[in-house]
Design a protein around this ligand. Sequence first.
Ligand SMILES: [Zn+2]
Length: 641
Amino acid sequence: MIRKIFLILSPLFLYFSLMGQIVMEKPIVKENDPYQYTSRNSSSTSLQTDMLANYDIKYHRLELEVNPAVVFIEGNVTTYFIPTSDLNFMYFDFRNNMVVDSVNYHGNGVSHYFSTSVELKIVFPGTIASGILDSVTIYYHGVPSSGGFGAFMTATTTCSTQDSVMWTLSEPYGAKNWWPCKEGLTDKIDSVDILITAPIKYNIGSNGVLIARDTLGSKITDHWKHRYPIPAYLIAFAAAEYSIYHDTIDLINGGQLDVLNYVFPCDSAYAHSQTVQLDTVMNFFIDKFGPYPYETEKYGHAQCRFGGGMEHTTMTFMGGWWYYILIHELAHQWFGDKITCGSWHDIWLNEGFATYLEGLTCEQGIQSTTFYNWLYTKRSSILINNFGSVYCDDTTSVNRIFSSRLSYNKGAYLLHMLRWVLGDIDFFSGLNTYINDPDLVYDYALTSDFISHMETAGDTTLTEFFNDWYYGEGWPDYQITWSVDVSCNNKLRVDIQQTHSTGGNTFFEMPVPIKFINGTQDTTLIFQQNTPEDNLFFETIGFSPTDAVFDPDLWLCAKSTVTQESVPVKTIHWIGQIDHNWQLSTNWDCGVPTLSDEVVIPAGTSDCIIFTGEVVNCKRLTVEPGAKLITQPNATLNVGY
Ligand SMILES: [Zn+2]
């Protein structure tokens, strides 16, 4: 399915190595996980060109045979496609260590060869006309390389060293390691059938609905049918001697959903104790973001032996049964699967969102972790380093794409700060229209698509916000100095300075919350800091605070120091309440100024007049733009220093 043409910004050949990464943000595991799995094969390559742009994928039928104890695959993949221009040849992403036995087109073999290490070229006997549905079948076998998070893996189960499990995990560049496909993030496959043959003792979990389990001699074939658009990297299967159980969820929007779980037998009881809790999470997400995206099929889990989880559509693969990862992967069914990032630069649209949805379940009391503690942990992990943007600036590095600090945690915190800037109503409204946008659902999105939804919801521009927090690196460090003048109605003087963690010039335009407290009272004031010059604020509150706390609810991804000082110089503001006479104390917020006071005549107040014959004093005088001070004939103004 092709709905859009995206500009490919990546270099022609993208190469990454899992060894010797420059930045090691996290071990090579999918999601945040208690342990690390080291993949067997340490390198991979990827090609993203427009070589595959001249046809629209409609359908794949994968008919593959495996033995989970052995790293080997054989079979065929049939692809239905519509040429978008006349074709004499076509390409598939496929790694050249695999052996292509034949390519069948209209009942005849056609020539084929690997034009690069990762591109299979098929040459047709004549020209195939544009716009007409056609098909081709590729027969192949071989030992798929792993790479990435382990694209094609076998291991023993947690139950016995005699029990094998095989699984695939193709994100981001691994699909081509084990089947010929179109791997780029531009053309979702409209539907797919996955038929996996294995020795009879195994069950195979995969996308969609299991419509048949056929036995032939000592082998079985499990046939899975998935009728939703899907990117190549989300097509997967897992095979083991699974124990199978169902959870049934009563959906708040009506009907029931089958949650199908393929679990190692010795882990079944614990797994069930975790997965059964997802009914609350499922209904919370439905309430917030709309129907479960695959409600005519199923949800489910299949157990594997990697760290964390992987959000394959309708069947998440899990390395264990951590509740927060179960929640994270379920969140991906909306953010990542229903709408998929349209380039790996935009991976935060998958990972930052799924991570923030974890936090929302804490806020809801669904998880035992409090929202405050969740935010504190995420923020701490971001602030541990000075650098780095949410925008993924190096898509050749799997480590960088899946940086837990940047793509996951800072991405989630970006959303939290956007919520702070827009307010709950506009924020959740924008999120809801984004995840239900008819032009984006079951397709790909870019960050610009998301921004436009949020700008519409907030009726504002977010260019500056995203320049600071998405493309920009680092975070602000606030230095706050405050004093309270008890002789002047407990007037607060708050000086807010900020520096940038990377030493750059970026100024973060944010509303800054500060909580003022004493033994019995507290109040939180929000200071809108739009420019570096917006640094000095005066407020009057109904009590004398003894302490101040920066950002008590953790809205900002920032560090801070807060210092109380004695009242440096009294600053008196013109309020112009009675008439325009400088000498009337009710026109000032702290009485008539003296030579020891600083004076501010703020913008937006009425004119201040020094009448004829009067002598007035102040230490320093600030007349803000738009305000006016009128001195009548023979009036005297003494400004000291
Ligand atoms: Zn994730």
